[in-house]
Design a protein around this ligand. Structure first.
Ligand code: ADP
Ligand code: ASP
Ligand code: MG
Length: 450
């Protein structure tokens, strides 16, 4: 048994759906998790923001665009004469959900308010559309599919926008998936969303459909979790940034998790964790080149080279707090980190000196109240427009010369913050955004192109 997840570009249009059906029709005993069609989640979030900003007509134009994107697919894949029932069902589903969207937009516009809860209801519409439609049309393309609503299976807490799954509740609900599977059906579910104990829709965070796949995989105890996307695996670096990057055939859970966490968008950072729990291999495969090997992620993947890959995160911010007392008196770091915890802002890298501590954070979202409170603890300096670079490999703590080689390669560029030693597999540092591309390309050349 396996779970196969198809991302946004893999379900972008009618041609891509046909490709997905051709891959899935060769499988038995399989659960399919799908993303929203590409650009749809962004569009939904944009429409909600426009409505809030009193730009209702622009918001409704975006909604119209989402409607058309989906009806175009139905028009191309379903002949309304020979399969009028499926055709009508699909159109009804689209119209119903676009009407819901327009009603939400109107409400947001009227109230001038967009709550995290409404934002989740709206952003989940992409997967609620795609999953139902893909399941309806499956039988026309040799897939005996049935739709299961992820709201009934992916049970989470109520942290809207970044909800935390409750594995026990998911395990208890997994019969919703198991029963149709046992009846020989191919189950199709939407990624990214679930619901809390009150039945309200929640989402798992951007890129969260990968996570849905591994949660379902864990609950079912599948043999494989496959993430089907638009590249042939996890590469030595983002191939959009470094065109000479190559796919990594095998990689360990730890290394893949580290790369995902530090910016390798090909995998949602939380995906690995459920897989590790039951030691389920995770594959990254290319929907448009299904015969390519892809990447296999598993516990014991060996590494002969020095490094496995390079990841990066652009537009991070460095927050430096300098103690107003002479030394970092005890309790200073605790006070600083408590403030981050209180506002639920996560810190990536940390570096300390005698009187100060520097931390990198992902985005400037929710940072203002943090800064305000930090100012009560010490002097606060903010460096924005920075980028984090993370090199990943194995046995860093026992090897010699890796750090020297990394920093020699990028010695033309100022380095803001360095972190090594907290794990055996990661060396991270921060440079300016504008230097990022050169730093990453030169490192890639040094370690992977010789
Ligand atoms: P999907 O919609 O299928 O989930 P994503 O856009 O989320 O796809 O992820 C795939 C993209 O991740 C690729 O197109 C690639 O640009 C980007 N990416 C970033 N880092 C890496 C990496 N190390 N290896 C492969 N792809 C990467
Ligand atoms: N559609 C969601 C997003 O764009 C989830 C996903 O595709 O993984 O973030
Ligand atoms: Mg993704």
């Amino acid at each position: 048994m396996k779970v196969m997840k198809f991302g946004g570009t893999s379900v972008a249009d009618a041609k891509a759906w046909k490709q997905v059906y051709s891959i899935v029709s060769q499988e038995k005993d399989v659960v399919i998790v799908v993303s929203a069609t590409t650009k749809t989640t962004n569009d939904l979030l944009l429409a909600a923001d426009l409505a809030k900003e009193n730009k209702l007509s622009e918001a409704l134009e975006v909604s119209e665009r989402i409607l058309k994107r989906h009806t175009d697919i139905i028009d191309e894949l379903v002949d309304d004469e020979t399969h009028s029932e499926i055709f009508t069902r699909c159109y009804e589903w689209i119209n119903k959900h676009i009407e819901l969207l327009n009603n939400y937009l109107l409400g947001i516009h009227t109230l001038g308010e967009l709550t995290p809860r409404s934002n989740d209801v709206i952003s989940s519409l992409g997967e609620r559309l795609s999953s139902f439609l893909i399941a309806q049309i499956g039988p026309l393309y040799s897939v005996d599919s049935i739709h299961v609503d992820s709201k009934e299976v992916i049970k989470t807490n109520s942290d809207f926008g970044k909800a935390i799954p409750k594995s026990k509740d998911i395990a208890a609900a997994i019969n919703e998936v198991k029963e149709p599977l046992e009846a020989g059906k191919t189950v199709i579910m939407g990624g990214f969303y679930g619901s809390n104990s009150k039945g309200e829709i929640t989402t798992l965070g951007r890129g969260g459909s990968d996570y849905t796949a591994s949660l379902v995989g864990l609950a079912l105890g599948v043999d494989d979790i496959e993430i089907w996307t638009d590249v042939s695996g996890m590469y030595t670096c983002d191939p959009r940034m470094v065109p000479t990057a190559t796919p990594i055939p095998d990689i360990s859970f730890n290394e893949a998790a580290e790369l995902a966490y530090f910016g390798a968008k090909v995998l949602h950072p939380a995906t690995i964790q459920p897989a590790v729990e039951r030691n389920i291999p995770v594959w990254i495969k290319n929907t448009f080149r299904p015969n390519d090997h892809g990447t296999k992620i598993y516990a014991t993947a060996p590494l002969d080279d020095t490094l496995r890959a390079i990841a990066f995160k652009k537009d991070i911010t460095i927050v430096t707090v300098t103690s107003t007392r002479m030394l970092l008196a005890y309790g200073f770091l605790a006070r600083v980190f408590n403030i981050f915890e209180k506002h639920q802002v996560s810190v990536d890298l940390v570096s300390t000196s005698e009187v100060s501590v520097s931390m990198s954070v992902d985005s400037k979202e929710r940072l203002d109240p943090v800064i305000e409170e930090l100012m009560e603890v010490g002097h606060v300096h903010i460096h924005d427009k920075m980028a984090l670079v993370c090199v990943v490999g194995q046995r860093f703590l026992k090897s010699t010369g890796i750090a020297a080689r990394v920093f020699k390669t990028v010695d033309k560029y100022p380095i803001q913050l360095i972190s090594q030693g907290s794990s055996d597999i990661n060396l991270s540092f921060v440079v300016e955004n504008e230097h990022l591309i050169y730093v990453v390309q030169e490192l890639h050349k040094e370690f992977f192109e010789k």
